[in-house]
Design a protein around this ligand. Sequence first.
Ligand code: MG
Ligand code: MG
Length: 255
Amino acid sequence: MIEIKTDLSVDAMRAAGRVVAQALAAVRSAARVGVTLRTLDATAHAVLREAGAGSPFLGYHPEFAPGPFPAVLCVSVNDAIVHGVPDDYRLRDGDLVSADFGAILNGWAGDSAISFTVGRPRPEDLHLIDTAERALAAGIAAAVVGNRISDIAHAVGRVCRREGYGIPDGFGGHGIGRAMHEDPGVPNEGRPGRGVPLRHGMALAIEPMVIAGGGDGYYAAPDGWTLRTLDGSRAAHAEHTIAITHAGPRILTAL
Ligand code: MG
Ligand code: MG
């Protein structure tokens, strides 16, 4: 069932989304060569505490996972696509980092992800990240009253495929509200004009993931969480929580 939010609820989600944006900005500035992924998680956690917000990631235990997620931040480096667990890995020069973060504030959730490089960037990584961001922008632009869910998917997928990048099969965005994951699913690829019509008050997380090598395959690392590219190439991820309004898409997880 798709829950339609009131304008007041969307305002409340915007407050949660701002906390997410602040945490990701803090993670980005803390991410330097030699810093551990655990430190990035602690950085994000401090922002949550400061805001009096909770984490929808910490303790999250979906069916596919071996146990509850042990952190507030997913951090996926290089060939890791999503769901990376913060550990003692120290960031190296030229790493490509994807950071995915959620917050719950006053009962409402926000969910967003950014990708960035550490130290001296490889030009191909910058292009990969730029493509994920452009795919996200295209998906958001398609999130308008009168369109359908698959118009978002189509817009996202087109930008990624045009560059020859892979799109991990079966992963995508989702409805969001009091829970981090709600109906409907928002695929990252598909034919336009299908699925539920978009309505004022729908809140969605749109989240393109791109694989540099062009394959769509992935596998779960031994930790049971981290998804890595099958071809070993690098991946990037970008995500915003948005609300569909009569005035156009409203980004809830911007600063
Ligand atoms: Mg996310
Ligand atoms: Mg999400």
